[in-house]
Design a binder for this molecule. Structure first.
Ligand code: PLP
Length: 410
């Protein structure tokens, strides 16, 4: 006679209580419901180049095909040696200080490494300084690891540069690290040397590890130059993140890496932790690792897309100009990456809830954007648009948005 237990709900773990990743949240679910009902949705919501016809170079795909035999077995936890050599050479070209092939860990995209970097670092209640707006995986990974994200303001009136006074005001005894996303998602800001040096000075003064997410380092417009924060000082510990998803248009291959540089001595124990987490997942997917050297050792074709007259440059211009023509919208011109973070006049539209705004937009106009609060922005007055679609599609999207806002009131 077995006792039949009453059924209990299966709840998610308490670790997930403060974890949120709204880029793939309720608004996307609504869009998917509409798609299932037979509607076409214009998706300007995710920085995924290939579906917009921005394909990788043939030789990169060929590198994967050619190595399928070699990729059958597990590899080293830190990653394929030849790939790490190519990453190291790339790092040297960008002036990274005090780093070697051994200081690189390859992951299944930068995403996996962000989660590992926070899991290895944070104890419950430890704090991370994260930009606001942010790429929300950083906040989610911080909270998953038991930490607390303290969001520092990036200032729209100063080309979205980090507000240094705000950063300093948010530092406490529990602050472990500071994240810098440059070029920035979602703002498109590319930071100048003075800003980066000022951040290193704050890091030195308060004993912070610097996390540099530089996945858009080659997607630059109008002659903007990108400076790796790892090139500025050798007495600070810097962990830099990069990968194949954006500049090489291989988001689906899931290949990213992190590099530890600068003062590694004081981070010895943290590095042991990172290596332990890398070992626990055995290795990153091997096929994509064979593409890394092929990508980094040759010319970067992304520059042909970002130059004046070429696709990404033109799309950036059209999106920027059309957005600013819509009454009640203003935005700053991005100098890097593939996004615009536009401001809405909340009084004009009486917007209280920007997720509702995006739900209404996708329902009425079949246009999918992402609300600013999904990027941990503090007010319901922004949204992010991806300018990967071709110019005619962008015009279509802008027509729909203009129509939608004409008499929108919440
Ligand atoms: N970091 C930033 C700033 C991003 O925008 C993204 C993807 O959009 C990632 C990391 C994740 O990239 P991956 O495809 O390498 O996981």
């Amino acid at each position: 006679n077995r006792m039949i237990q009453p059924k209990k709900n299966i709840d998610k773990s308490r670790k997930l209580r403060h974890v949120c990743y709204d880029i793939r949240g309720p608004v996307l679910e609504k869009a998917n419901t509409l798609i299932a009902a037979g509607h076409d949705i214009l998706k300007l919501n995710i920085g995924n180049p290939a579906p917009f016809g921005l394909y990788a170079e043939t030789r990169l795909k060929q590198a994967l095909i050619d190595q399928l035999d070699a990729a059958q077995g597990y590899g080293e936890s830190k990653g394929l040696f030849a790939a790490r050599q190519a990453i190291h050479a790339h790092n040297m070209n960008h002036g990274f200080k005090n780093t070697s092939v051994d200081d690189i860990i390859i992951g299944n995209g930068v995403s996996e490494l962000i989660v590992m970097a926070m899991q290895a670092l944070l104890d419950d209640g430890d704090e991370m300084l994260i930009p606001m707006p942010d790429y929300p995986l950083w906040t989610a990974a911080t909270h998953l690891a038991g930490g607390l994200a303290r969001h520092y303001l990036c200032d729209e009136h100063n080309d979205w540069r980090p507000n240094l006074a705000d950063i300093e005001s948010k530092i406490s005894k529990k602050t472990k690290g500071i994240l810098v996303i440059n070029p920035n998602n979602p703002t498109g800001s590319v930071y100048d040397k003075d800003t980066l040096v000022a951040i290193t000075e704050l890091a030195r003064k308060h004993n912070l590890i610097i996390f540099a997410d530089e996945i858009y380092d080659k997607i630059l417009y109008d002659g903007a130059t990108h400076l790796s924060i790892a090139s500025l000082q050798d007495d600070l510990t810097v962990i830099t993140f990069n990968g194949l998803s954006k500049s090489y248009r291989l988001a689906g291959f899931r290949a990213g890496w992190l590099t530890i540089s600068g003062d590694k001595a004081r981070a010895t124990d943290y590095i042991v932790g990172l290596n332990m987490l890398a070992s626990m997942r055995l290795c990153a997917n091997m096929q994509a690792q064979f593409v890394i050297a092929e990508a980094l050792n040759h010319d970067h074709s992304i520059y042909q897309l970002t130059a004046p007259g070429n696709r990404l440059h033109e799309q950036r211009n059209v999106a920027y100009e059309r957005l600013n023509q819509i009454p009640g919208i203003t935005c700053t011109k991005p100098r890097g990456a593939i996004y615009l973070f536009a401001q809405l006049d909340t009084q004009r539209f009486n917007i209280q809830n920007d997720e509702q705004l995006m739900l209404d937009l996708v329902t009425q106009q079949k246009l999918l954007l992402v609300q600013g609060t999904a990027f941990n922005w503090h007010l319901p007055d922004h949204f992010r648009l991806v300018f990967l679609p071709s110019v005619p599609v962008l015009h279509d999207a802008m027509d729909r948005l203009t129509d939608f806002l004409k008499d929108y009131r919440q």
